[in-house]
Structure formats: C-alpha cells, structure tokens
Design a protein around this ligand. Structure first.
Ligand code: SF4
Ligand code: SF4
Length: 341
C-alpha cells in the first residue's frame, strides 16, 4: 500500500505541494455528497506551538467542502486536568490556537459524557468511542508526528486510539500500564502526593504506596519524586492498547471512509498534550498522505530517526504499528513511499 509524500521544503510553496499530494493520494475520495466529515486533529495544549499549522487545516476544510462534505473540526477531551479537559476550555484553546475555519465540535461533549462503547480486539476487549466520531460519515485524520513518553511516538494510530476516545476510554488504555514504587528509595517526603491530581499515593509508615484503582497512570508523580523511586512497568502495553482502541474507532466507519494526513514537522520529544513538549528531536521531514494508519505511521518511522524516540521513552515505536497491523487493519509496516518531486 503506497504512501504519498512531500518533503518539508520551504524552497517550495507547501500549500501548492499539499494540493498535489492530496490529488495523488485521493485524500478526499472518502467523502460522499452531504457527508458530515470529521477533521480529527489535536489543537495543541496552550503554550505548545508545535501542533499542525492552522493554514493547512483551513485548506483541508475547504477541500472537504469542495468534495461535497460538511467539515467539522474535532477532538476529544483530555483525561488529565489542563486546558482541554472539558468542552468549554477545549473550545477556548482551539480558538486561541487558531482553529476557527470550521465548527469545532468536542467529540465527547461538555464533560466527556457523550460516547459509544464498542467491541474491539487485542489487549482490550471493548473501548469507548467519542460520540461525534462514531456518528461522523467520514473522517480525515490530521496528525502531528512527534515523540511520546509512554508509547515512543504519536502519529495516526495514536490520533485514532487515544484522540478519538473520551476520558473513560483514555483511562481504560492507560490502566494497562503498571506503576511501581521502590520502597528502598522512598523517603516518605510526599512530594508525589502533593503533585498528583488524585492525591495519591498514600504515605503509610513513611513510605509511598499506590494500589488505587483511581490512579490514571499519568507521569506526574514520577517527575515529582526527588529519589527517582517511582517508575512505570509494562509501558509497551499502552502501544498495544492504542492499537486495540484504533481498531474499535475504525469499526464505527464504513470501509474506505477514513483518510490520513500526517505532518512530520517540529518533531518534539514529547506530545502536543504538554505545554512544554521538550526538545526538537530531528529535522523536519514532510507530509504523508495515506488511506491506512499502519502505512502512514510506518512511512513516518521509516524516514525518522526513531531510535532516538525509543531511547527517550524506552518503548519500541514499532510495537503500536505492528500490533495495529496484526489486529487486521490494512496497511504496511514498511510501505512503499511515493515522493512527489
Ligand atoms: S500516575 Fe502518579 S500522579 Fe498520576 S494519578 Fe497515578 S499516582 Fe497520581
Ligand atoms: S516523592 Fe518519592 S520519595 Fe517522596 S514519598 Fe513519593 S515516592 Fe517517596
């Protein structure tokens, strides 16, 4: 399955280049007349400037309309408490970051109560899918490729698996990762408890203990511990959960109704959910267009120095791509790439 690609080169007019890319890839062929078309994107956490630039999204929305669809921008609320945790904050963030070229509909509603639970395969048996995603007729998945502390990297699969699910689905996915506290290192200072949004862990007889079912497996306590006593275990399970969730999300669409555009630009160490996403890890690569999330992410990894992501996260980036393929989603882990000249 071929992935189409234009390099990120400011010697060229990139809006014209992306136009050629979309034509070559048939990006908007998934849209039927009158379709309600979800443009699934990440509007960026406030303070993080590395999300997909609005000018490209503006052009994508215009092309959806030209193809006969009715575009809306969408994303799901975050499960952690920041500037996209409910629909009001999320819509304000989208507006401040420049996403006003089409209606922005928070896919899972005001307080993440709008979703549909579907069966899936792999490490999860079911997953919650955000309502506006499940009800859309077709979808253009617009992803920013970057590193991720828990899954190695984030691209199209993560945009589907985590980005199209409400807080309940995000919680379900994160809970496949374990967390351990090395009591031989813990000095009972409670800095982890002070930092934790859930006021965990408990401090018992001068040692931190975390057996709570409410623990969200966010990395906040890990970063707060001066003794480096807290760490995740089985991190690779999150990559498998992303694949499971992506499978469930795609089951809500008819075949051939989803297209993928991935922007490998401003490739930071951490994801767009953070206001401070860390260092740029590698030079800008370009834009990929595909009809498969496996191929889109496989193409990005084949052109990226993903060993650097593996090293930073201690997770093999290929796990989520291979797992998605193994679950039966079409595409190639190492696809043929058609570079437009
Ligand atoms: S991972 Fe740590 S900071 Fe996050 S909810 Fe669990 S105990 Fe709290
Ligand atoms: S911050 Fe670290 S050392 Fe302090 S109580 Fe928590 S686990 Fe123990």
């Amino acid at each position: 399955m071929t992935v189409h690609f234009v390099p990120w080169s400011t010697s060229n007019n990139l809006l014209e280049e992306t136009g050629r890319l979309y034509e070559e890839a048939g990006t908007f062929d998934c849209i039927g007349k009158g379709d309600l078309v979800a443009i699934k994107l990440h509007v960026g956490e406030l303070g993080n400037p590395n999300y997909v630039q609005p000018v490209f999204v503006h052009d994508i929305a215009r092309r959806v309309t030209e193809a006969g669809g009715k575009p809306f921008l969408t994303d799901s609320n975050t499960y952690y408490h920041a500037q996209r945790h409910n629909a009001v904050d999320h819509m304000n963030t989208a507006r401040m970051n420049g996403f006003n070229m089409a209606p922005f509909i928070v896919a899972d509603g005001l307080k993440s109560e709008n979703y549909r639970t579907v069966k899936t395969k792999g490490i999860l048996s079911e997953i919650e899918v955000s309502g506006a995603i499940a009800e859309a007729d077709s979808m253009i998945v617009v992803s920013h490729c970057k590193g991720h502390e828990l899954s190695g990297f984030g691209g199209a699969i993560k945009n589907l698996g985590m980005g199209c699910t409400p807080q309940a689905g995000k919680f379900r996915q994160h809970r496949v990762v374990g967390i351990e506290i090395d009591t031989s290192k813990c000095v009972g200072c409670a800095k982890c408890k002070a930092a934790c949004p859930m006021h965990l862990p408990d401090i018992i007889e001068g040692k931190a203990r975390n057996t709570s079912a409410a623990c969200m497996r966010c990395p906040v306590c890990i970063g707060s511990c001066p003794m480096e006593a807290i760490h995740f275990v089985n991190k690779e399970n999150l990559s498998k959960a992303l694949a499971s969730a992506a499978y469930g999300v795609l089951s809500t669409f008819k075949p051939d109704k989803v297209s993928y555009l991935s922007f490998a630009k401003d490739i930071t160490q951490y994801c767009d959910c953070l206001p401070n996403p860390g260092e740029i890890m590698m030079k800008d690569i370009g834009i990929f267009a595909s009809d498969s999330p496996v191929s889109a992410d496989g193409a990005f990894l084949s052109m990226a120095d993903y060993e650097a992501f593996n090293e930073a996260s201690e997770v093999d980036c290929m796990i989520q791509v291979q797992e998605t393929k193994d679950l039966g989603i079409q595409g190639d882990v190492k696809p043929k790439i058609n570079k437009l000249n």
